[in-house]
Design a protein. Sequence first.
Length: 198
Amino acid sequence: MKKDTNETRQHILDTGYKLIVSKGFSNVGLTEILQSAGVPKGSFYYYFKSKEQFGEEIITSYFSEYLVALDDIFQPRGSSACNRLMEYWQRWIETQCDSCVDQKCLVVKLSAEVADLSEPMRLALLNGSTLVVKRIAECIEAGIDDGSIVKVDAAMTANSLYNMWLGATLMGKLQRNADGLHQAMQITTSILTSNTVA
């Protein structure tokens, strides 16, 4: 694809992400996406085969950026692996506030909605989440090695923590507060530093 074509395609994806993370996948039509992106209505199928493929691409693009940011947070820079993990969870809390529309968790927004509607989108969410959990497990292993995290099963702990944080984020949407996320932070700290649930 030409540079202009790639830029337009990415612009549609970025615009679609903002709308979908706010309203959900099913509630956003192609006309709204294209109008918001300032792209002619008939050109959508030049860039994407279907709305489903568009959704899959949004998820893939989201995780590509998310994993780059995650790698940056987890990069050793003189702080312990435990501190890097806690920074990650703190950023999670900060980006789930109502004013942070651009950084809301797409996994939370779409998992329940599209899991039964689109197998390609479900698999894209699962594959991306699996890569996130893998990075968390690697950071836990680094923390065990540097002594900042107690000995735990890194893969199982990473999976459990990620599941807990997704659930706390979902409950936060229902309760309209961050209480569950703060509780998740306390439990995460206890698990990583003493292998207990406080």
